[in-house]
Design a protein around this ligand. Structure first.
Ligand code: GLU
Length: 468
């Protein structure tokens, strides 16, 4: 075990909506592989042709790339491995591990009704299962059989789940699983087993909605001479109302978060903590996460999605981001809002000014409007309404002082201090009219920093227009 080369996989079914909780099932096997210098494989379980879509595959692949969950192998599509599954079905028939079953749909339904009526668990009764000395019914003409796996009789399947502890399921509870349909197409649980074996998967880390499949998968694997991997079944992610996450109750896809201005590292950090912990660490780097990740610290109870915590984390990441990188990430949002970030102050400076108060890239871009939208064209009435007559001489003095000051935050701060002292007024009495004159709003970051970013020339131009 100690020298095992770890191989994990994320095996999504590309059906329907891919929410954040789904991608958590990619994050943990990825982190486990990276932590152990193993391999991480993406396998697309697309054999349900009606429900699978390329759109869902794209969302998964893009989402993983955006979060930086790099692959060693894949994407491997199950639909491209159908010949392999058919080959194994044939081998199993030849070696007696599986058998054809001709029971029709109607017969199966009848059997189920009878079992339900006598309060038994509905299960296939083994009618077509060959046994020594048993005579099978005559094969009906023109009927294509399903192929069933000969599940062991008696005994139980036991595995030590890395999250849930030891689980034991009696074989009496498992009937003979259909591994191929009448048209020869292999079934879900069967493909999973063949893939996990062929891909030498050592650790299956997946949602606990698959716990019920596990004993069947283990039985097939053992029958084929394989040894089962370690299983770690992750508790579900619930939404903030404690319900199962779904599009209907407002779950967002990774793309939605990208569009809402979240940083991928913040999402990764957030997802990491949804069901795993390392002491009381809340904010950590991707490298730390990989270094710390182990299966022992996975949570045993359902994790609950907490949008406020995610927003808080995003804020932490924005605040601590390198301004150049943050500016590059914010630019597309600013462009989408119609700003020309080349025409105006240096965008990196603008972003540096705004980042400490922003929760999302959208909020930064919104704030940047101050510097890239055209200068306000204030009417006489607007000026009268927003700037007290008595402040005009003060503003006039200020404009003059600013024109000759060094273009630094410190120098502008000194100018304000000096003017405030001269007129015996408080900062807001001056800063608010200045803000209004510059931008037609009083909501801006600290005025001395704003002047630096806007640029002296532009600031003086805008202020002069008002004081004349
Ligand atoms: N395709 C399954 C799903 O999306 C996962 C199967 C597995 O991990 O074994 O739920």
């Amino acid at each position: 075990m100690r020298f095992m080369h770890i191989r994990t996989r994320f095996a999504p079914s590309p059906t329907g909506f891919i929410h954040l909780g789904n991608l958590r099932s990619a994050l943990y096997p990825w982190a486990f592989a990276r932590h152990n210098k193993g391999d991480f494989i993406l396998r697309i379980e697309d054999t349900d042709l009606e429900r699978s879509s390329q759109e869902a595959v794209d969302v998964i692949i893009e989402g993983m790339a955006w979060l930086g969950l790099d692959l060693d192998e894949g994407p491997i599509y199950q639909m491209q491995r159908i010949d392999r599954y058919r080959e194994v079905v044939k081998q199993m028939l030849d070696s007696g591990l599986a058998y054809p079953c001709y029971m029709s749909e109607e017969e199966l339904n009848k059997l189920r009704d009878q079992q339900m009526a006598s309060k038994e668990k509905p299960r296939y009764n083994g009618l077509w299962r060959p046994e020594p000395g048993k005579t099978l019914p005559p094969v009906p003409e023109g009927v294509s059989p399903v192929i069933r796996f000969k599940n062991p009789i008696g005994g139980s399947v036991i595995w030590n789940d890395a999250v849930k502890g030891q689980i034991e399921i009696s074989n009496d509870q498992l009937d003979d699983l259909v591994i191929a349909r009448p048209d020869g197409t292999p079934t879900y649980n069967f493909c999973v087993v063949i893939d996990d074996m062929d891909m030498n998967i050592t650790h299956v880390i997946r949602g606990d909605d698959h716990v019920n499949n596990t004993p069947r998968q283990i039985n097939i694997m053992r029958a084929l001479g394989g040894s089962p991997p370690v299983y770690a079944h992750l508790p579900t992610v619930l939404n903030d109302a404690g319900e199962k996450m779904s599009k209907r109750n407002g779950a967002m896809s990774v793309r939605d978060y990208q569009r809402a201005g979240y940083l991928p590292d913040a999402i990764l950090n957030y997802l990491a903590r949804l069901g795993w912990s390392h002491g009381d660490a809340e904010v950590f780097t991707k490298e730390q996460f990989v270094n710390w990740f182990d299966l022992e610290s996975l949570g045993r109870s359902p994790a609950q999605h907490n949008p406020e915590k995610l927003l808080w984390l995003n804020h932490q990441y924005i605040q601590n981001s390198d301004p150049v990188k943050l500016a590059a990430a914010t630019k597309p949002f600013a462009h989408e809002m119609g700003m020309d970030t080349e025409a105006g102050p240096d965008f990196v400076q603008v972003v540096s000014l705004l980042k400490d108060r922003a929760n999302t890239l959208i909020e930064i871009a919104e704030g940047a409007k101050l510097f890239y939208l055209p200068a306000p064209n204030l009417t006489a009435d607007q000026i009268k309404e927003n700037i007290a007559e008595a402040v005009m001489p003060v503003l006039k003095d200020l404009v003059e002082a600013i024109s000759t000051a060094e273009p630094t935050k410190e120098a502008y701060a000194a100018v304000f201090k000096q003017i405030l002292a001269k007129y015996q007024i408080k900062m807001p009495a001056l800063a608010m009219p200045v803000r209004y004159a510059l931008f037609a709003t009083t909501q801006t970051p600290a005025i001395d920093s704003v002047l630096v970013v806007l640029g002296k020339e532009e600031a003086v131009k805008r202020l002069s227009k008002v004081v004349q």
